[in-house]
Design a protein around this ligand. Structure first.
Ligand SMILES: CC(C)(COP(=O)(O)OP(=O)(O)OC[C@H]1O[C@@H](n2cnc3c(N)ncnc32)[C@H](O)[C@@H]1OP(=O)(O)O)[C@@H](O)C(=O)NCCC(=O)NCCS
Length: 211
C-alpha cells in the first residue's frame, strides 16, 4: 500500500463528505447531531462552506490521503494555518452556520459554539496551526493515513515555530498524544438534552513546536 498526501480539490468534496460521515457514524454524539447520514443531494450547506474555504480562505489547507493501490481518497484533514497574530474582531467573530439536511440543528449549533468558545479561550489571536478535522474511512483505519495527515501539519507547524491546537475525540486521543499533544482542557457535551445518554468528552489539546 502506498499512501500519497495531496492538496484536496473542489471536485473531491462529495468524496470527502462520504468519508467524514462514515468516520463519525459510530460516534454516539455525532449520531445525535446527524441522525441520518445526508445523501449527496442533501449536502448543499457543507459543499458550499467547503468550496468557500478551499477557494477563499488563505489560512485553510485541505489535504487528502490517496491510496494509490485503489486510486481512492481514504482520509483527509482540514488545517488552519494562522501565521500572524489575528485581531480580536477576527478571532472572536463566529458566523452562524447552515447545516446539511437532516442535521439536528440545535445539537450541531451547541457543539459548534462550544468549539468556538474553546478556541477563543485557549488560543485567542495567537499564531498557531489548528487541526479542524481529521477523518479516515473506517475500513482504511489503522494503516497510518491519519498519522500522515497529522504529521503533514505538524511539520509545517514546526517549520514555522508555531503551536498546534485541536479538539480530540477519544478515538484520536492516543494518536495525538504520540505526536506530542497534551491535554489542556476538556469539552463535555451533555447528550441527554438530545435524547442520548451521559456526557460525551472531547480533549482540548495543544502541542509546542519541535526543533
Ligand atoms: C482518529 C482517526 C482519524 C485516525 O485515523 P487512522 O488513519 O486510523 O490513523 P493511523 O492509522 O495513523 O493511527 C491510528 C492507530 O493505528 C495504529 N496503526 C497505524 N498503522 C498500523 C498498522 N499498520 N497496524 C496496526 N496499527 C496501526 C497507530 O499506531 C494508531 O494507534 P493509536 O491510536 O494507539 O495511537 C480515525 O480513527 C477516525 O477517522 N476516527 C473517527 C473520526 C475521529 O474521531 N476523528 C478524530 C477527531 S479529533
Amino acid at each position: 500500500m502506498v499512501l500519497l498526501v495531496e492538496k484536496a480539490q473542489e471536485a473531491d468534496i462529495q468524496r470527502l463528505l462520504d468519508i467524514m460521515y462514515a468516520a463519525f457514524s459510530k460516534d454516539p454524539w455525532n449520531r445525535l447531531m446527524y441522525p441520518k447520514i445526508p445523501g449527496t443531494e442533501a449536502r448543499g450547506a457543507s459543499i458550499e462552506r467547503w468550496r468557500d474555504e478551499i477557494s477563499n480562505n488563505p489560512t485553510m489547507r485541505f489535504i487528502k490521503a490517496v491510496d494509490t493501490d485503489v486510486g481512492e481518497i481514504i482520509a483527509f484533514a482540514r488545517w488552519n494555518i494562522y501565521e500572524m497574530e489575528r485581531p480580536e474582531s477576527e478571532w472572536k467573530h463566529t458566523e452562524a452556520r447552515n447545516w446539511d439536511l437532516g442535521t439536528n440543528v440545535d445539537a450541531a449549533n451547541e457543539f459548534y459554539n462550544a468549539i468556538c468558545v474553546e478556541r477563543q479561550k485557549v488560543m485567542g489571536g495567537k499564531p498557531h496551526c489548528c487541526l479542524n478535522m481529521l477523518v479516515c474511512e473506517p475500513q482504511h483505519q489503522r494503516r497510518g493515513a491519519g498519522r500522515m495527515l497529522l504529521c503533514w501539519g505538524l511539520k509545517l507547524a514546526d517549520g514555522l515555530g508555531l503551536e498546534a491546537y485541536l479538539e480530540a475525540s477519544s478515538e484520536g486521543h492516543h494518536l495525538y498524544q504520540s505526536t506530542g499533544f497534551v491535554d489542556v482542557e476538556t469539552l463535555d457535551i451533555d447528550m441527554s438534552k438530545y435524547g442520548g445518554h451521559g456526557i460525551h468528552h472531547y480533549f482540548v489539546m495543544t502541542r509546542s513546536p519541535v526543533g
